[in-house]
Design a protein around this ligand. Structure first.
Ligand SMILES: Nc1nc2c(c(=O)[nH]1)N[C@H]1C(S)=C(S)[C@@H](COP(=O)(O)O)O[C@H]1N2
Ligand SMILES: [Mo]
Length: 374
């Protein structure tokens, strides 16, 4: 960077890129932290115990995860737009320090684009790839954050100087480039684009913003006012779920019970207000009525103190969910038989689905066939 920066032409100034970079770094950092949390809840390491209160916490953290990712998309595009000629500077490699810097940038750009693109397509439920999205998205997060850390460390002196002082210290008559756009103007456009990125999806999780969520694919439509990620037909469970011989099997240490839907309905029923919060960022609050999982555990002499495994009629990826201990013992955790005052729609998990406080939607198994008290 030059001493005054004033002779750097137009928008391609470190003063511009550093400011966008700070915003991008913050959104990546937030996205990374909330993403790690979501992964940790679903695949808990032995030292990690997830909590059941506040019931809306995951709804917020996962909403923030998706929104911060959506904000980062226009920010990354703006940053690339101002720096891209520098990406091809000669020499391409040069000294070891320069080689490290350039390698970290190449990895950062590639991993950043990969994360934002796969995250976006996952929201749209479009999987034009053969890898397993959660594992790839999780692994690549470390690559992106590692490259970001190196990039910031290498650039720290430049960033410091660039942020010290106004974005444009040239005389006013020289502030507009050939496009007529000033640095301030470009930055303001970038912030507006970032805000639009947030708005496009925020309505998935913030009810007040639902009408303006112009890109959000799942914003509250679906039977009983709740979106559906996978229908009973897609899951191949229609005949098993509507079978008159349906029995819920509850197993514990040694003991076992089988309950028909009628028997489930004669057990004490409880009504709770809990959101479904999907990893894709959409979330909706709803009223659920059904049997406490702790009451079911008690039928086989357990209390959920070591967790509970919930098994679906469906085979495959969503067949099994292991509840954290906090949710397994929580009076709000139900085998729900009703949603918003009506029997569960088959697409929402009839005859019964799990609903628990502060848990990712993906762990709230539909079409439950078996409950194992661990
Ligand atoms: N058996 C089964 N349970 C499931 C799913 C599924 O595909 N199969 N999808 C999960 C996901 S990802 C979410 S977000 C919620 C959505 O519940 P809903 O379709 O009733 O809105 O159910 C969860 N439970
Ligand atoms: Mo989900």
């Amino acid at each position: 960077m030059t001493a005054t920066d004033d002779d750097v032409a137009g928008l391609r100034s470190p003063r511009v890129t550093a400011r966008i970079g700070v915003a991008l770094g913050i959104s990546f950092g937030i996205c990374f932290a909330t993403g790690l949390l979501s992964h940790g809840i679903q695949h808990p390491p032995s030292w990690f115990e997830w909590i059941a209160r506040p019931v809306w916490l995951y709804r917020v953290t996962q909403g923030v995860h998706v929104i911060s990712g959506c904000v980062a998309i226009p920010l990354l595009l703006a940053k690339l737009a101002v720096v891209y000629p520098k990406l091809f500077d000669r020499p391409l490699i040069g000294s070891p320090a320069r080689a490290l810097e350039r390698l970290s940038i190449a990895v950062l750009v590639a991993a950043g684009i990969f994360q934002l693109l796969t995250g976006l397509l996952n929201i749209a439920q479009w999987y034009p790839w053969s890898f397993f999205f959660p594992s790839a998205h999780y692994a690549m997060a470390y690559v992106a954050i590692g490259a970001l850390a190196i990039h910031i460390a290498v650039k720290l002196p430049v960033i410091r100087t660039a942020l010290d002082g106004p974005v444009d210290s040239r005389p006013p008559e020289r502030r507009r480039g050939p496009s007529g756009l000033s640095r301030r103007g470009f930055l303001n456009l970038t912030w507006v684009a970032g805000g639009l990125g947030a708005l496009a999806f925020a309505g998935q999780t913030i009810p007040l913003l639902r009408p303006v969520a112009f890109l959000a694919p799942r914003s509250g439509d679906g039977p009983q006012g709740l979106p559906i990620n996978r229908t009973a037909e897609a899951a191949g469970v229609i005949s098993a779920a509507t079978d008159a011989d349906y029995r819920l099997r509850v197993t514990g240490a040694g003991a076992g019970r089988e309950l028909s839907l009628t028997e489930l309905r004669t057990l004490p029923q409880h009504t709770v207000d809990l959101p479904i919060a999907c990893v894709e960022g959409w979330s909706v609050g709803a009223t659920w009525t059904g049997v406490r999982v702790t009451d079911l555990a008690a039928l086989v002499g357990g209390d959920g103190g070591r967790g509970i495994r919930v098994i679906s009629l469906e085979r495959g990826l969503y067949a099994v969910s292991t509840l954290p201990v906090a949710q397994s013992q929580d009076p709000l955790t139900l085998l729900a038989l009703e949603l918003n005052g009506e029997p569960l729609d088959i697409d929402h998990g009839y005859p019964g689905r799990l609903i628990a406080p502060n848990l990712p939607g993906v762990m709230q198994t539909k079409w439950v066939s078996r409950i194992e008290v661990l």
